[in-house]
Ligand binder design. Sequence first.
Ligand code: PEP
Ligand code: MN
Length: 333
Amino acid sequence: MIIQLKDNLSETEKLAIKKKITELGYQSTEVKTQKKNYLICIGKNEVDIRMFGQLKGVADVHRVNEDYKLVSRKWKVSDTTIDLGDGIKINNGAKTIMAGPCSVESEDQIRDMVSVLKKNGVGIIRGGVFKPRSSPYSFQGHGLEALKRFHAVARETGMKIITEVMQVSQVEQMYPYVDIFQVGARNSQNFNLLSVLGEVDKPVLIKRGISGSIDELLQSAEYVFSSGNERLILCERGIRTYEKAYRNTLDLNAVPILKEKTHLPVIVDPSHGIGIRRFVEPMSLAAIAAGADGLMLEIHREPENALSDGFQSLNFEEFEALVNKVKLLYSLL
Ligand code: PEP
Ligand code: MN
């Protein structure tokens, strides 16, 4: 059960609500986000929740039995829109594309790419500076200095940045230079990182874990939300199965399931999802058809020379062709 508290409730009213919860055999946790105050109540008893609605200081009450609660559509029926400012929004009807290199390589690369993105109406650029690589000997990203230059170009050109944060100690350093923090598949259940990102007033995109279930992804989102940050985006990026014909198994079933279970925007990353450049386009279109709110794509002027993930990065011509097909498909849906 979730009880939303009124903004102006008094301590006495709050105590009276908590007393009632305990009397009914429930345990409550107070959650204060950047927007609202809630009491999350856990208990086995069946109660008539209408009795809470009558208590002073209660704004709303709903029964949500799942392990995730505030991210559930049972709590909030309407879709959540993430407003990044300057007219750039996620899940506002116009489907969102986030595109850019796997890793930020140079300032020139970013400038060059921004012009392609802008020409195609894309307002969010992706690019990692801290890269989670399976081998410690692979390129690990150009780090914070590269992020500072990436950010300077983005500000100059009016673009928004999404980039991956790998550990708690990076959050504060990266904060001034990031518009959306990306939690990668390998950190999808790094609960310390998720809780710290809950205290930050910038949106967070959480990728599904390599072996993560849909339920686990939703619970990871609940960690961020219940730590204070309601501005969340979920991302399906493929899971590990027995199949070896492609890099990951892009689970497009997850899209309609997630859209039913949560009010948060759901983005699909077909680049990591299939990991083969020539199949990124059909899987992108399939993701849109499945109901995704947007796409995250890896692109590169010369994919064969990329410092990471070139084999799954679209070149600029392929990217432009895809954006045009995505627009066409949206107009039909
Ligand atoms: C990435 O976006 O470049 C990345 C490393 O993604 P994932 O965490 O999905 O592997
Ligand atoms: Mn990558």
